[in-house]
Design a protein around this ligand. Structure first.
Ligand code: HEC
Length: 452
């Protein structure tokens, strides 16, 4: 038998070829840092002032040893010395040593000049010139009715699609940089539309749109990952939102200025709402807490809830400081926002009401405009509506073939809109739960628009 191929030689050749190619910061170094270092060396971390999640942070370095890299000289670079045992304390702090290949990768990158090869597209993703074309409906994670009740804004892929509120047609397509929109909110006067989203593992973005002219008047980039659902303040001047870097932040709409960045969560912050007076915010996330904070400074005040399971959604009663939360454990909980007295361990005295357990995790919650009803969306493909006060189920909105990620009551209170995984927007009569209209909110390449 003739041997065409020697595996050992092939492996050696592959290793040589790999060794010959310069180390890429973007494709090789960044993932190592993300995996082993970013937990403690990111902007929101209180462990160290050294930020390793951005190239500029690596260059700038830490208080003790200065720049983490000396280009061309791994032996004097703290980035390398901290992981190969030359510097105390050895990094990752308290964890197992870095695998030899990872240490060698960092050293080679520094030896080769420690260049930043982040592609231009990843640095500053562009607004598409043409509306995106779709072969299948996009997963929908953000949706909102305008205060005048005429428009339903729906988040698509790199765009927001404005629909007539009855689903009878598209008013406009607003193209933006973010792949995904996690929340849409109109200012109370209806003049501005604020989108919170981003492109996973790349950047987070706040988009501010002038509704009348359909022009984007601001794009604010924050963090190196997508941002999660936000809320516009009752005075229409600010937006608060959560991020995958565990922070809650707020941005001023007029200037784009970041007002604060608060690090009181221990995991991703998935949704944020303002209190009625705009002076407080409540944020929820994977750390299971609904955290009440000062809306001016972001300073943490107290936990609203007794910690149970991961939380994915929060909504505020339109007329009172009541907070509805839900997530992993499938139960919607209604709490008062403030505690009349100091928190005791395992105190759950501010719980007003526990609603019926859902068939799946909860991803979206909404109050009707008068606060009399709540609607629940999640993995279960129906969205039940409950009487807020009695907790009685009054309707169930059926039809989706997949999770519901966003729900909104029409400002008139008579309709509920739902959307999610299947890419279909459904409009229901809020009293009976009867479906009135179902439509795919983007033009599909094959021209389909009506959903069955
Ligand atoms: C569990 C938390 C944690 C992890 C993970 C971690 N570090 Fe650190 N790091 C720290 C703390 C805390 C300090 C400050 C230590 C001190 O000064 O005593 C620090 C300090 C440093 C410094 C010196 C900063 C200065 O002030 O000049 C470098 C360099 C460093 N870390 C690199 C890394 C690298 C590279 C990784 C990943 C391979 C990593 N660290 C992972 C917690 C961590």
């Amino acid at each position: 038998m003739k041997r065409l191929f020697c595996p050992a030689a092939a492996a050696l050749l592959a290793a040589l070829a790999q060794a010959a190619a310069p180390v890429s910061y973007y494709n090789e170094v960044r993932p190592v840092i993300q995996r082993y270092c970013s937990g403690c060396h990111q902007p929101a971390s209180k462990m160290s002032d050294l930020v390793l999640t951005e190239y500029t942070g690596i260059l700038k370095g830490g208080k003790k040893h200065g720049s983490a890299i000396a280009k061309g000289a791994p032996d004097t670079s703290p980035l390398v010395r901290s992981v190969n045992g030359a510097l105390e304390p050895r990094m990752p702090l308290g964890g197992p040593n870095l695998p030899d290949e990872a240490v060698e990768l960092l050293a080679r990158w520094v030896r080769e000049g420690a260049e930043d090869d982040t592609p231009a597209e990843a640095r500053a993703p562009q607004v598409p010139k043409e509306p995106p074309s779709y072969t299948q409906p996009p997963v929908i994670t953000g949706m909102a009715f305008s205060p005048d009740g005429r428009t339903l804004a729906v988040g698509g892929f790199k765009e927001i699609v404005l629909h007539k509120a009855d689903g009878s047609g598209i008013q406009a397509r607003l193209l933006g940089r973010s792949d995904k929109i996690h929340s849409l909110s109109f200012t109370p006067d209806g003049a501005l539309l604020v989108a919170v989203g981003g492109t996973p593992a790349r950047f987070g973005e706040i988009q501010v749109w002038d509704v009348a002219s359909r022009k984007q008047i601001r794009s604010v980039t924050a963090t190196a990952d997508t941002l999660f659902a936000g809320d516009v303040s009752p005075d229409g001047k600010r937006v608060a939102f959560g991020a995958a870097d565990k922070t809650v932040r707020a941005v001023e709409l007029e200037t784009g200025k970041e007002l604060f960045k608060a690090g009181h969560h221990e995991d991703w912050v998935l949704q944020t709402v303002y209190g009625i007076d705009g002076k407080r915010i409540v944020s929820v996330g994977r750390d299971r807490a609904a955290r009440l904070a000062d809306a001016e400074s972001g300073a943490f005040r107290e936990n609203v809830n007794l910690l149970r399971e991961k939380l994915y959604a929060v909504a505020r009663h339109p007329r009172r400081d009541y907070i509805l939360i839900g997530g992993e454990d499938r139960v919607p909980y209604l709490y008062t926002m403030d505690r009349p007295r100091a928190l005791k361990i395992a105190d759950d005295s501010t719980l007003i009401h526990k609603f019926e357990e859902q068939e799946g995790k909860i991803f979206a919650l909404a109050f009707s405009p008068d606060g009399a009803r709540i609607a629940v969306g999640g993995i279960a493909s129906e969205a039940p509506i409950y009487d807020t006060e009695s907790g009685r189920r009054v309707a169930a909105c059926k039809g989706h073939s997949g999770g519901i990620f966003t729900i909104a009551f029409h400002p008139g209170g008579k309709q509920l809109a739902t959307a999610g995984f299947d890419g279909v927007v459904r409009l229901y009569d809020a009293a009976s739960g009867k479906e009135q209209k179902a439509f795919i909110p983007v033009p599909l390449e094959n021209g389909e628009r009506e959903a069955e």
